[in-house]
Design a protein around this ligand. Structure first.
Ligand SMILES: Cc1cc2nc3c(=O)[nH]c(=O)nc-3n(C[C@H](O)[C@H](O)[C@H](O)COP(=O)(O)O)c2cc1C
Length: 376
């Protein structure tokens, strides 16, 4: 499978550097942003979910209508939509976009956030519900006959789905870093989403996901998605200066960002989700890890969401990304801090270098194979 790039979409130009509290969805911005992703060859965009935020489904349908190739990843918390409704909504979006719908599942990483929309299950129960939910979606897309469901979290009778995804099923992604996330994502997901951690820690997570897939008797494995927040400039020196300016802005904007809710959690409360706990632990090991992984942006946001930066020149960042490609990551999510301008920078300067690195690796592998063959 090829290496593909993901980015994240927000419906207006408010961002962590220039936050605009209460800014409405801006169709002109959304069109320009999504088309820029499409034009520069990003393959996916994630529409994230939070209890008080914009709706991913309507944004996803809008983006599908103004782009040609970009796949639309709908972030979905099971508590927000009954599974039979989600099965039809995803299949409908898939048909309207010519097979470009993807769903990214979030079990829910905070009790307080889940309670905002009436979900009072424990985290273990939320993961158990997620497992049941994914099984229902698969059955709804595959079954030609009406079926009943008598599970722990869902019961229904004689459900018959007439809306089929273009390729039989919509790709299913699962994100998280707890044992339950590995087990459920490893056994049922097509894609497994991770936040940026050092290579060694990422490798450990990938091994656990693959082990879960094997234990579930799968012959294939989920494709691995890793997420970074690159800070790029022409030279190393300029990039580091930009990184420190970014950090100052994150800290300075903190009171406003807490109001927007986006990616900022109160600094005095430890996160409940394992993914964020891991990031904060790793941050204690040092500001810079591996080639260019930078952790002060993680601590500044109390590890709420994808917060690990990569800092450097385009070549350094491409090399850092290629390290993860070599580790087995096929989906690379990159979003900066100045969303639109960063997409342009990444599209112009980073994606081509990553593709060049991959082409060099493929040529080398081919030459090695040919040498091996002629030696026989
Ligand atoms: C790539 C990726 C994207 C995510 N997107 C969201 C999101 O849009 N909304 C959200 O509430 N959580 C999101 N999460 C967070 C987790 O899915 C969530 O905290 C999880 O349900 C529990 O995490 P844990 O298993 O690490 O404890 C995302 C996680 C990853 C890895």
């Amino acid at each position: 499978m090829p290496t593909e790039f993901i980015s994240l979409t927000f419906p207006n130009d408010s961002n962590e550097l220039y936050p605009k509290v209460g800014a409405p969805a801006d169709p002109a911005f959304l069109t320009r942003y999504a088309r820029t992703l499409d034009d520069y060859g990003f393959k996916y965009t994630l529409l994230p979910y939070d209890a008080g935020g914009f709706d991913p489904w309507t944004q996803g349908a809008y983006i599908a209508a103004v782009t040609r190739n970009l796949k639309i990843i709908i972030a979905l918390r099971p508590n927000t939509v009954y599974p039979t409704v989600a099965a039809k909504a995803l299949a409908t979006l898939d048909q309207l976009s010519n097979g470009r719908a993807v769903v990214h599942f979030i079990a829910g990483g905070s009790d307080a956030e889940q309670a905002r929309e009436g979900d009072f299950l424990t985290k273990d129960q939320r993961y158990a519900r997620l497992e049941e939910y994914i099984k229902i979606l698969k059955r709804a897309w595959a079954s030609t006959e009406p079926f009943d469901w008598d599970g722990t979290y869902y019961q229904f009778k004689n459900y018959s789905n007439r809306v089929r995804p273009v390729h039989g099923a919509v790709p299913i992604s699962v994100g998280g870093s707890s044992a339950e996330a590995y087990r459920i994502g490893g056994s049922l997901a097509d894609i497994f989403g991770l936040w940026g951690e050092p290579l060694k820690d990422t490798k450990e997570q990938i091994d656990k996901i693959y082990a879960a897939a094997e234990q579930a008797g799968r012959t294939d494995r989920p494709r691995i998605w890793v997420t970074f927040r690159p800070i790029v400039a022409e030279t190393e020196e300029l990039a580091w200066a930009k990184a420190h300016r970014t950090l100052d802005a994150l800290n300075g904007n903190r009171p406003v960002l807490e109001k927007t809710g986006r990616n900022f959690a109160p600094a005095d409360k430890a996160p409940e989700n394992v993914g964020s706990q891991r990031l904060l632990e790793i941050a204690k090991r040092g500001d810079v890890q591996d080639r260019a992984l930078w952790y002060p942006t993680v601590t500044a946001a109390n590890a709420r969401g994808a917060t690990t930066a990569l800092v450097g020149s385009p070549q350094t960042l491409a090399d850092a990304i290629l390290d993860y490609v070599d580790l087995g990551a096929e989906l690379i999510s990159i979003r900066g801090y100045d969303n639109y301008n960063d997409v342009v920078d990444y599209g112009r300067y980073i994606l081509p270098l990553v593709y060049k690195g991959i082409a060099e690796r493929e040529a080398k592998a081919k030459a090695n194979a040919a040498n091996g063959e002629s030696a026989v």
